[in-house]
Write a protein that binds this ligand. Structure first.
Ligand code: ATP
Length: 382
């Protein structure tokens, strides 16, 4: 979808910002560009919408060499989100969001309808926030509007330069999660610049790790963490890359334990056969839990059950699981169906979390061994 072929950018003062760069972002893929300040990430990104022209090489979007495209027309097809969101201060949130549809000549009512829909998708209520001006929003809300505005005309390609940079870490993680959900729905091809390896790993299908003007490794997050291609990459991803792996390993159903289960309407069972049991409501949805001591009391489960604070949908990362356990001082967390219904699936314990982490590391080691074998066979037949 986005293709760089031997692209070099040299600025008039002689700085080579990008040096003979070749890579490709597949349709629907999210690629993160990560690296230290000044390594050429922003230059790379701005060449895609022709805010910067390459010195040599070729860039194509959806098969079309963009050097022949009209830059203004090109930018309408490519969404662009930057850290200092760049909202128009004198326009309302709704008008800001409808900017590109307007430019594309959509009817006013359709553009506003679409803008309202997008605001809702990024978690803002158009009835409440739509008529406000940017200065009346928090930093996190402004960034949401930036994302909504970039997506309003349904661009096939989205460029994002440190889009979640200006907010605190908690809001940031929240925005990242929302963005991942949104993107899964829209299927947009995304190129995202960040200097934060954690963000690169969390969001990217693949990551391009930059050295000075060059890509040192272009790979899936688990591969970058598991087998850094060069000492530079190893240094950049850091000594705690085992910990970072927690954020790229999802909870799977086979990781879960099945504890005893009681229903809200049941009378107390007296013996649980375990230290605690999970409590489900009549529909099978998670309600809470009950301890072995409580189960020996008289009465119904409903009277003694405690609400559950620590739960996550299947597919959440091991890091989220770990941090939820810490946050709620919980020895285990319940895992529910990710697809809306919210059915209880089982619980994740610290021991199972550790096993899941091992599984992830072993799977990578095997994949790498397989890749080496197939490379050898190519070499020997070639
Ligand atoms: N207009 C310019 N003229 C000369 N040099 C420039 C210009 N713009 C950028 N550079 C240089 O090109 C190199 C790459 O800059 P670029 O902005 O692409 O880096 P970056 O990786 O995005 O950095 P950051 O994370 O700090 O934004 C840097 O050395 C920078 O100083």
């Amino acid at each position: 979808m986005i293709r760089f072929e031997h692209v070099t950018k040299r600025y008039p003062d002689g700085t080579t910002a990008v040096d003979d760069l070749s890579f490709e972002v597949a349709r629907g893929e999210l690629v993160t560009l990560v690296g230290p300040s000044g390594c050429g990430k922003t230059t790379t990104m701005k060449m895609v919408n022709r805010l910067i022209e390459p010195t040599s090489g070729r860039i194509s979007v959806d098969g079309e060499d963009i050097s022949g495209a009209d830059p203004v027309e090109l930018r309408r097809r490519i969404g662009y989100v930057i850290q200092q969101v760049g909202l128009f201060p004198h326009k309302t949130v709704l008008e800001n969001t409808a900017t590109v549809p307007h430019l594309l000549g959509w009817k006013r009512s359709r553009a506003r309808e679409r803008a309202a829909e997008l605001l809702e998708l990024v978690g803002l209520d158009p009835a409440v926030h739509g008529s406000r001006y940017p200065e009346q929003l928090s930093g996190g809300q402004r960034q949401r509007v930036g994302v909504a505005r970039a997506l309003a005309a349904d661009p096939p390609v989205l460029l994002m330069d440190e889009p979640f940079g200006a907010v605190d870490p908690v809001v940031r993680e929240h925005l990242q999660n929302e963005f991942l959900r949104l993107r899964a729905r829209l299927g947009t091809t995304v190129l995202l610049v960040t200097h934060d390896i954690e963000e690169a790993v969390r969001l990217g299908d693949r990551i391009a790790v930059y050295g000075q003007g060059r890509i040192e490794q272009f790979d899936a997050p688990a591969a970058v963490l598991g087998t850094p291609a060069t000492p530079y990459v190893a240094d950049f991803v850091g000594a705690d890359r085992g910990l970072k792996r927690l954020s790229v390993t999802p909870i799977e159903e086979s990781d879960l334990e099945q504890p005893p289960v009681v229903r809200l309407g049941d009378t107390l069972p007296r013996e649980l056969g375990a230290r605690w049991a999970v409590v489900l409501d009549e529909a099978g949805d998670l309600h809470g839990w009950i301890s072995a001591e409580q189960a020996r009391e008289r009465g119904t489960v409903r009277e003694h059950a405690r609400r559950m604070d620590a739960w996550l949908p299947l597919g959440s990362s091991l890091k989220q699981a770990f941090s939820t356990m810490l946050q709620h001082d919980a020895g285990w967390i319940a895992v529910i169906d990710a697809e809306g219904a919210g059915q209880f699936l089982g619980v994740l314990t610290p021991a199972r979390l550790h096993e899941a982490l091992r599984r992830s590391i072993d799977a990578d080691a095997q994949a790498i061994a397989r890749a080496e074998v197939s490379l050898e066979s190519i070499a020997s037949t070639g």
